[in-house]
Design a protein around this ligand. Structure first.
Ligand code: GLA
Length: 378
């Protein structure tokens, strides 16, 4: 196994102002990710802050590989699912462990939409629909690393006109910054040379137990939303906007994920659990970055706050995890052992005039900020 064990002493000197911490981070070595594919270099990059919080990323899919945060026992836990080597990522059954997905994250019904009178057909990769940018979405691409520093990395991907069926050459930059407040700030900036649609999002599977195959049903979740977009049985929005009042989708009060997940509520039956788009109360209208969701795991004390300037968030409760992938440190991706919290525009927005526009025109700049902030409740 290729991993680098950094001991408490080494870390405490480097990151913790001399304070000794009885913990170790099992970081991966760069050599486990160094590979040339189609003439492009893939590698591994490590960000850390003075508190010892550490994130490793690869430019294969602009992807988060591990994310070490403090837990209440004084140790650090890695709270995202993933693999130990680039070869394992390239072979994985589930390709959505940690990447930036796009050009359009989430689903587009029948994989088509009409823009300025022209109908575009995208790759179909989820039943009869298009999911997360298609089979060759941004999460499968090798990004250029523009700059890399101790607490920040910037990557760029240029998506050619026609890729997966999308119009326009699109240039997307993603910037990850790790702050001294234990926030991983993800900023997206994009421009295009022809009208197109865009909705990139970050797709980590979080497990605040630390990655150890424990169910995420014990996580206590709050979502600052009072409406959602109902879907058909293939999770394509019908176009309606409904209240979550008196439904198991109401997370305005902190509630364990597992409490209502198996209720025979129609939306939960279609999603086989939670896999829905919540419309945030402020609905992106102000362009301000606001709190969208909060997750707390009592056994580790780890709190994850998700902040965004986007109008919505997809909460997916790991209902399609099959146990077929064996990840880091032998972790099996069993049913409901990871959750995704994807800040975004609404799914299928290009096909619904009443949803926020997902169109990007030449001369405009697309921007999005998502913050994953970690805290401790003791
Ligand atoms: C998203 C979708 C889910 C599932 C996962 C990937 O979160 O909403 O339905 O496809 O990605 O497994």
């Amino acid at each position: 196994m290729t991993r680098l064990v950094i001991t408490a002493l080494g870390l405490s000197l480097a990151f913790c102002g001399g304070e000794k911490r009885a913990q170790e981070l099992q970081l991966f070595e760069k050599s486990a990710f160094d590979k040339i594919v189609d003439g492009k270099n893939i590698s591994l990059y490590t960000l850390h802050n003075k508190n010892g919080m550490t994130v490793q990323l690869t430019n294969y899919g602009a992807r988060i590989v591990d994310l070490w945060v403090p837990s209440k026992d004084g140790k650090f836990k890695d709270v995202v699912m993933g693999f130990e080597t680039i070869d394992a990522y390239l072979k994985a059954n589930d390709i959505y462990n940690g990447p930036v997905v796009g050009r359009y994250g989430n689903r587009i019904g029948k994989g088509n939409f009409t823009l300025n009178g022209v109908k575009y057909q995208l790759t179909i990769n989820d039943g009869e629909n298009h999911l997360h940018g298609g089979t060759g979405g941004f999460g499968q691409m090798i990004w250029d690393v523009v700059s890399a520093a101790e607490n920040e990395i910037k990557m760029r991907y240029i998506s050619p006109d026609g890729e997966e069926g999308y119009p326009g050459n699109l240039e997307l930059e993603v910037n990850y910054t790790l702050t001294e407040n234990n926030e991983l700030v993800i900023r997206y900036l994009a421009k295009t040379d022809a009208p197109t649609v865009i909705n990139p999002t970050s797709h980590s599977y979080f497990n605040l137990h630390g990655i150890n195959s424990s169910s995420t049903n014990s996580h206590i979740l709050t979502i600052y939303a009072d409406k959602y977009t109902p879907t058909d049985k293939n999770l394509i929005p019908t176009g309606e906007i409904s209240s979550i009042e008196n439904t198991p989708l109401d997370f305005r009060r902190a509630t364990p994920i597992g409490d209502r997940i198996n209720f025979s509520f129609e939306a939960l039956v279609s999603g086989r659990g939670y896999d829905h788009n919540w419309i945030l109360m402020k609905n992106g209208g102000s362009g301000e970055i606001e709190l969208a969701a909060e997750v707390y795991e009592p056994s580790t004390g780890i709190v994850l706050k998700v902040l965004t300037d986007q109008p919505a968030i997809q909460f997916y409760s790991g209902n399609f995890m099959t146990g077929n992938d064996v990840g880091k440190r032998g972790n099996i991706n069993n049913y409901r052992t990871g959750i995704a919290l994807e800040t975004q525009n609404y799914p299928d927005a290009p096909n619904h005039a009443n949803f926020p526009s997902a169109i990007l025109n030449p001369g405009e700049t697309y921007s999005q900020t998502c913050i994953y902030k970690f805290e401790l409740k003791k």
